[in-house]
Ligand binder design. Structure first.
Ligand code: COA
Length: 372
């Protein structure tokens, strides 16, 4: 059995930013257009008007101030409200592979590793661009890594579940190093016309290099343990799939995009995540007080504050549980990895951190790390 570490991470940030003000302006234009279209039904009381969204609500309810997207003009067109993505010929690198390669190369450079020294690519994300061939195999070819590649989807916990797969492969010797890439292109599955959730997601890609501790760069984070749990819930769902066509579904049907019961998710997931991390730490003879930093899933600021309080019995400081969702919004499984990427350099040798994701499934995944 080998000792295993996360030796580096990489980040791809899309080129376009949408501020809350731009987002709300588009939504409100859309609402006015719809309300004008159904003016008689609304007057007759047979249809409810669509109320306006507001920047104040979004910032207070979520902590999100902006989001990055791969394409902006289609999202901000009130007669469209979804990104404009051009179909690419099969001979071209697909969009998910392109951003994965960018994030993976960033991680490889930081770890001073060549693609040929990597034996596996796991593409772990909440949405895959196509059914097959696996995105990971295309990414493997574009990078020139050895061995194997496969895709996995556990929604917002995809990256941490991917880390567990990578850690096990390196620990038992079936791979020298594994890249876990999370190309989270969330904008095509977001219901931009739904006021309750139109502000939630942003696009990004992260990459994590998992390898043997022996021979890794100085300051790598040893993985002391990983722990996963799932519990079925319908409170976060997206029913789009390969059977939709045979069910004669319209791609615009509300259940063919992301939908959730946000309040219920909040209530269910906060105690689950806090208990999960507490249990995981206890299994390693550690407690929350031994943890220098929590890199938490980034869905909602109040949610992370509540989880911090449940774990520590007091408010976690911004230094203990850093926030990146103000800049990135909810980037599905990439959120906790961005938090790690941006906020790990100041940990000193021996200090402990916990990566933890939580989301649809429900699914929760954690990794306890120690700076070497
Ligand atoms: N602008 C203005 N008002 C809005 C609004 C918007 N964009 N969206 C909703 N509102 C209104 C609602 O109509 C409601 O009004 P009412 O009280 O008159 O009925 C009120 O604001 C509160 O709405 P609610 O949906 O209960 O807000 P909330 O405080 O629960 O916040 C979320 C919504 C989504 C931010 C929050 O529930 C959340 O983040 N939950 C966790 C979600 C999560 O982690 N999901 C995982 C995804 S992977």
């Amino acid at each position: 059995m080998h000792r295993v570490c996360i030796s580096s991470t990489g980040l791809y940030v899309p080129p376009h930013v949408i501020s809350n003000a731009e987002l709300v302006d588009t939504f409100n234009q859309f609402a006015d257009l719809e309300n004008a279209k159904y003016v008689s039904e609304i007057a007759a009381g047979t249809k409810a008007p669509i109320p306006h969204s507001s920047v104040e609500f979004i910032e207070k309810a979520s902590g999100i101030q902006q989001r990055y997207v791969v394409e902006k003009s289609g999202v901000l067109d009130p007669t469209r409200m979804r990104p404009r993505l051009a179909a690419r010929p099969d001979s071209e690198l697909s969009l998910m592979a392109e951003i994965s390669v960018a994030a993976a190369r960033d991680a490889l450079t930081r770890a001073d590793k060549k693609p040929g020294e990597v034996d596996g690519v796991i593409c772990a994300a909440a949405n895959m661009q196509r059914a097959y061939p696996a995105m990971a195999v295309e990414i493997q070819a574009a990078l020139g890594t050895a061995g194997f590649g496969f895709d996995m989807n556990v929604a917002c916990s995809s990256a941490t579940f991917g880390i567990e797969m990578a850690v096990n492969a390196v620990k038992c010797g079936s791979a020298r190093a594994v890249l876990v890439v999370s190309p989270e292109i969330t904008s095509p599955h977001l219901a931009w016309k739904d006021r309750d959730c139109h502000f939630i997601f942003g696009d990004v890609c992260t990459a994590i290099l998992v390898e043997r501790l022996e021979g890794a760069v100085a300051g790598a984070f040893e993985v002391l343990g990983t722990q996963l749990v799932t519990k079925f819930s319908n409170n976060i769902r997206n029913n789009a799939g390969f059977m939709s066509r045979s069910e004669d579904r319209n791609p615009d049907d509300r259940d063919q995009l992301f939908y959730q019961e946000g309040r219920k998710v909040f209530k269910d997931v906060c105690p689950m995540a806090a208990e999960h991390m507490g249990r995981h730490l206890a299994s390693l003879d550690l407690g929350p007080c031994d943890v220098r930093r929590f890199w938490l899933h980034q869905a909602n600021l109040a949610m992370n504050q509540l989880i911090g309080r449940k774990l520590l019995g007091r408010d976690a400081t911004a230094d203990e549980a850093p926030t990146i969702l103000n800049e990135f919004a909810n980037t599905a499984s990439a959120g906790s990895i961005i938090a790690f990427h941006r906020h790990h350099a100041d940990l000193i040798t021996g200090e402990i951190g916990v990566l933890c994701s939580f989301g649809a499934g429900y699914s929760i995944g954690s990794a306890v790390l120690r700076r070497s």
